[in-house]
Ligand binder design. Sequence first.
Ligand code: HPA
Length: 235
Amino acid sequence: MPTPHIGANPGDIAETVLLPGDPRRAKWAAETFLDSPVLVNEVRGMLAYTGTWQGNRVTIHGTGMGMASLSIYVNELISEYGAQTLIRIGSCGAMQKTVKVRDVIIAMTASTLSTPSRGIFRELNFAPCADYGLLEAAVAAARAKGTDTHVGGIYSSDVFYDERPDLTEIMTRHGILGVEMEAAELYNLAARHGRRALAVLTVSDHLLTQEALPAQDRERTFGDMVEIALQAAFA
Ligand code: HPA
């Protein structure tokens, strides 16, 4: 049975799911990297495709922006469709001078002010972290490709237009590599349900230098990230 937000039938979704925020990037990545991609969801325009990569079944499903949106899709993918390995592929803003626009960040942990799981954790300061096997395989894939890659903590924010510059300063001082808006809740949900999760991110903009990746460069750097995620999933 399809779920409220995913029109696919059980069996249409692979056990391995790549999760870009942008549904049109899901379409692009599926058409670029998968063999025989089939559209399996378009409810609310949240496109998802299932195909194969080197003979392995993969679904690429958009999540929308922010943890509240990702939480809806990932809960349904896990509970109703049996997703086992979930890898976010997305963009982030860099928070360290050593991290450059176009570099890849592989998120070992994701700090937050709040997540949709806060109601469960309450006073507990749960530390959302990546699956170590996926992390190790992604780092190996990135090194083999020669991609400039950083591994460490990121920050999952609830807002893109942040009115708290002091928070950026504190996180930069604590070694946080970059900011995005989804990974922490992905890691929480994977932990809760015993699934494997990772976030592989491309730096699209820099909070310290204000540099931003030109739109025409995004596709190529995004491609490196998709290949790293696929190689990690099936290592
Ligand atoms: N902030 C939050 N999310 C982001 C950013 C940012 O600067 N860049 C890409 N995703």
